[in-house]
Design a protein around this ligand. Structure first.
Ligand code: IMP
Length: 191
Protein backbone atom coordinates (compact mmCIF):
# COMPACT_ATOMS: atom_id res chain seq x y z
CA UNK A 1 0.00 0.00 0.00
CA UNK A 2 1.42 3.32 -1.04
CA UNK A 3 -1.18 5.76 0.31
CA UNK A 4 -3.82 4.91 2.86
CA UNK A 5 -7.32 6.37 2.67
CA UNK A 6 -6.56 8.38 5.81
CA UNK A 7 -3.45 9.96 4.30
CA UNK A 8 -5.32 10.71 1.09
CA UNK A 9 -8.20 12.33 2.99
CA UNK A 10 -5.80 14.50 4.97
CA UNK A 11 -3.97 15.69 1.85
CA UNK A 12 -7.21 16.27 -0.08
CA UNK A 13 -8.30 18.49 2.83
CA UNK A 14 -5.07 20.47 2.62
CA UNK A 15 -5.38 20.95 -1.14
CA UNK A 16 -9.02 21.99 -0.77
CA UNK A 17 -7.94 24.53 1.86
CA UNK A 18 -5.39 26.09 -0.51
CA UNK A 19 -7.86 26.15 -3.38
CA UNK A 20 -10.50 27.70 -1.14
CA UNK A 21 -8.27 30.61 -0.15
CA UNK A 22 -6.98 31.06 -3.73
CA UNK A 23 -10.47 31.18 -5.30
CA UNK A 24 -12.56 32.66 -2.49
CA UNK A 25 -12.55 36.25 -3.70
CA UNK A 26 -12.98 35.62 -7.43
CA UNK A 27 -15.99 37.27 -9.09
CA UNK A 28 -17.37 34.00 -10.50
CA UNK A 29 -17.14 30.43 -9.20
CA UNK A 30 -14.18 28.55 -10.67
CA UNK A 31 -14.88 25.67 -13.06
CA UNK A 32 -13.28 22.44 -11.85
CA UNK A 33 -12.71 20.21 -14.88
CA UNK A 34 -12.41 16.53 -14.00
CA UNK A 35 -10.50 14.40 -16.47
CA UNK A 36 -12.47 11.18 -16.87
CA UNK A 37 -12.40 8.59 -15.70
CA UNK A 38 -9.58 8.47 -13.18
CA UNK A 39 -10.11 11.88 -11.56
CA UNK A 40 -13.82 11.42 -10.74
CA UNK A 41 -13.23 10.18 -7.19
CA UNK A 42 -10.59 12.78 -6.37
CA UNK A 43 -12.81 15.56 -7.76
CA UNK A 44 -15.77 14.38 -5.70
CA UNK A 45 -13.77 14.45 -2.46
CA UNK A 46 -11.91 17.67 -3.31
CA UNK A 47 -14.97 19.81 -4.03
CA UNK A 48 -16.80 18.57 -0.94
CA UNK A 49 -13.84 19.65 1.19
CA UNK A 50 -13.88 23.18 -0.27
CA UNK A 51 -16.60 25.42 1.21
CA UNK A 52 -16.88 27.79 -1.79
CA UNK A 53 -19.03 27.94 -4.91
CA UNK A 54 -17.56 25.66 -7.55
CA UNK A 55 -18.87 24.73 -10.99
CA UNK A 56 -17.90 21.31 -12.31
CA UNK A 57 -17.55 19.85 -15.75
CA UNK A 58 -15.80 16.83 -17.25
CA UNK A 59 -13.64 15.98 -20.21
CA UNK A 60 -12.51 12.65 -21.52
CA UNK A 61 -9.32 12.25 -23.51
CA UNK A 62 -8.34 9.17 -25.48
CA UNK A 63 -5.04 7.60 -24.47
CA UNK A 64 -2.25 8.31 -26.90
CA UNK A 65 -1.80 5.57 -29.45
CA UNK A 66 1.10 3.26 -28.55
CA UNK A 67 1.62 2.57 -32.26
CA UNK A 68 2.56 6.21 -32.72
CA UNK A 69 5.14 5.98 -29.95
CA UNK A 70 4.99 8.66 -27.31
CA UNK A 71 3.98 11.29 -29.79
CA UNK A 72 1.43 12.90 -27.50
CA UNK A 73 -1.32 12.37 -30.06
CA UNK A 74 -4.54 12.29 -28.09
CA UNK A 75 -8.04 13.50 -28.84
CA UNK A 76 -11.03 14.78 -26.91
CA UNK A 77 -13.61 12.01 -26.59
CA UNK A 78 -16.01 14.04 -24.42
CA UNK A 79 -15.76 17.81 -24.43
CA UNK A 80 -16.87 20.34 -21.83
CA UNK A 81 -20.52 21.37 -21.68
CA UNK A 82 -19.65 24.77 -20.17
CA UNK A 83 -18.14 27.73 -22.00
CA UNK A 84 -15.02 28.48 -19.98
CA UNK A 85 -13.96 31.70 -21.70
CA UNK A 86 -13.34 34.35 -19.05
CA UNK A 87 -13.69 31.78 -16.25
CA UNK A 88 -11.15 30.52 -13.75
CA UNK A 89 -10.48 26.91 -14.72
CA UNK A 90 -8.93 24.26 -12.49
CA UNK A 91 -8.08 21.01 -14.23
CA UNK A 92 -8.41 18.07 -11.83
CA UNK A 93 -6.17 15.10 -12.71
CA UNK A 94 -5.60 11.78 -11.00
CA UNK A 95 -1.97 11.32 -12.06
CA UNK A 96 0.53 13.07 -14.30
CA UNK A 97 2.94 10.56 -15.75
CA UNK A 98 4.65 11.42 -19.07
CA UNK A 99 2.76 14.72 -19.12
CA UNK A 100 1.59 14.15 -22.71
CA UNK A 101 -2.11 14.12 -21.87
CA UNK A 102 -2.00 17.18 -19.67
CA UNK A 103 0.18 19.09 -22.11
CA UNK A 104 -2.44 18.52 -24.80
CA UNK A 105 -5.26 19.44 -22.44
CA UNK A 106 -3.61 22.63 -21.21
CA UNK A 107 -3.07 23.80 -24.80
CA UNK A 108 -6.63 22.90 -25.80
CA UNK A 109 -8.10 24.77 -22.83
CA UNK A 110 -5.82 27.82 -23.22
CA UNK A 111 -7.32 28.32 -26.68
CA UNK A 112 -10.70 28.91 -25.06
CA UNK A 113 -9.34 32.00 -23.30
CA UNK A 114 -10.10 31.22 -19.66
CA UNK A 115 -9.40 34.01 -17.13
CA UNK A 116 -6.91 31.62 -15.53
CA UNK A 117 -5.91 27.99 -15.86
CA UNK A 118 -4.38 25.89 -13.12
CA UNK A 119 -3.92 22.18 -12.53
CA UNK A 120 -4.42 20.11 -9.42
CA UNK A 121 -3.23 16.52 -9.56
CA UNK A 122 -3.47 13.98 -6.80
CA UNK A 123 -0.32 12.15 -7.93
CA UNK A 124 2.82 13.25 -9.74
CA UNK A 125 5.02 10.53 -11.25
CA UNK A 126 7.64 13.05 -12.31
CA UNK A 127 10.38 10.46 -12.95
CA UNK A 128 8.61 9.50 -16.17
CA UNK A 129 8.00 12.99 -17.50
CA UNK A 130 8.55 13.47 -21.24
CA UNK A 131 6.95 16.90 -21.65
CA UNK A 132 7.41 19.50 -18.91
CA UNK A 133 4.02 20.61 -17.59
CA UNK A 134 3.17 23.12 -14.88
CA UNK A 135 1.35 21.64 -11.89
CA UNK A 136 0.12 24.30 -9.49
CA UNK A 137 -1.19 21.89 -6.84
CA UNK A 138 0.21 18.39 -6.22
CA UNK A 139 -1.05 15.88 -3.69
CA UNK A 140 1.77 13.36 -3.62
CA UNK A 141 4.95 12.65 -5.54
CA UNK A 142 4.93 8.92 -6.38
CA UNK A 143 7.77 6.59 -7.47
CA UNK A 144 8.06 5.12 -10.95
CA UNK A 145 5.64 2.26 -10.30
CA UNK A 146 2.20 1.48 -11.68
CA UNK A 147 -0.42 2.52 -9.14
CA UNK A 148 -4.10 1.66 -8.75
CA UNK A 149 -7.00 2.64 -6.50
CA UNK A 150 -8.79 5.87 -5.59
CA UNK A 151 -9.87 6.29 -9.21
CA UNK A 152 -6.82 4.80 -10.90
CA UNK A 153 -7.33 1.59 -12.83
CA UNK A 154 -5.59 -1.41 -14.29
CA UNK A 155 -7.61 -2.70 -17.26
CA UNK A 156 -10.73 -1.04 -15.89
CA UNK A 157 -10.40 -2.57 -12.41
CA UNK A 158 -9.57 -1.18 -8.98
CA UNK A 159 -10.92 2.36 -9.35
CA UNK A 160 -13.11 1.71 -6.30
CA UNK A 161 -10.28 0.75 -3.94
CA UNK A 162 -10.21 3.40 -1.20
CA UNK A 163 -6.38 3.29 -0.89
CA UNK A 164 -3.65 3.70 -3.51
CA UNK A 165 -1.62 0.55 -4.11
CA UNK A 166 1.69 0.33 -5.98
CA UNK A 167 2.22 -2.65 -8.28
CA UNK A 168 5.74 -4.01 -7.93
CA UNK A 169 5.24 -7.04 -10.18
CA UNK A 170 3.14 -5.95 -13.14
CA UNK A 171 3.70 -9.27 -14.92
CA UNK A 172 1.91 -11.09 -12.07
CA UNK A 173 -1.03 -8.74 -12.31
CA UNK A 174 -1.23 -9.15 -16.07
CA UNK A 175 -1.45 -12.94 -15.53
CA UNK A 176 -4.02 -12.60 -12.77
CA UNK A 177 -5.85 -9.26 -13.12
CA UNK A 178 -8.04 -9.84 -10.03
CA UNK A 179 -5.08 -10.44 -7.73
CA UNK A 180 -5.01 -7.14 -5.91
CA UNK A 181 -8.70 -7.17 -5.10
CA UNK A 182 -8.22 -10.36 -3.12
CA UNK A 183 -4.95 -9.24 -1.55
CA UNK A 184 -6.33 -5.87 -0.65
CA UNK A 185 -9.23 -7.36 1.24
CA UNK A 186 -6.74 -9.21 3.43
CA UNK A 187 -4.53 -6.22 4.09
CA UNK A 188 -4.63 -4.88 7.61
CA UNK A 189 -1.74 -2.53 7.07
CA UNK A 190 -2.37 1.18 7.11
CA UNK A 191 0.58 3.32 6.14
P1 IMP B 1 0.37 10.79 -19.07
O1 IMP B 1 1.43 9.75 -19.35
O2 IMP B 1 0.87 11.86 -18.14
O3 IMP B 1 -0.16 11.36 -20.36
O4 IMP B 1 -0.80 10.06 -18.32
C1 IMP B 1 -1.90 9.59 -19.02
C2 IMP B 1 -2.84 8.80 -18.18
O5 IMP B 1 -2.26 7.51 -17.97
C3 IMP B 1 -3.18 9.29 -16.78
O6 IMP B 1 -4.17 10.28 -16.74
C4 IMP B 1 -3.70 7.99 -16.17
O7 IMP B 1 -5.05 7.78 -16.52
C5 IMP B 1 -2.83 6.94 -16.84
N1 IMP B 1 -1.76 6.52 -15.93
C6 IMP B 1 -0.48 6.92 -15.89
N2 IMP B 1 0.20 6.29 -14.92
C7 IMP B 1 -0.69 5.46 -14.32
C8 IMP B 1 -0.61 4.55 -13.21
O8 IMP B 1 0.42 4.34 -12.56
N3 IMP B 1 -1.77 3.89 -12.90
C9 IMP B 1 -2.93 4.05 -13.58
N4 IMP B 1 -3.05 4.90 -14.59
C10 IMP B 1 -1.94 5.60 -14.97
Amino acid sequence: MLLSRERIAERVGELAGRLTSDYLKRPEPPVFVGVLRGAAIFLADLIRAAPIDIATDFMSISAYDASEGQSGVVRIVKDLDLDVSGRDVVVVEDIVDTGLTLNYLRNALEQRRPASLRVVTLLDKSARRIVPVTLEYVGFEVPDLFVVGYGLDFQGRYRNLPDVLAVHDLARLINDPGLLQRDHQNLNVRC
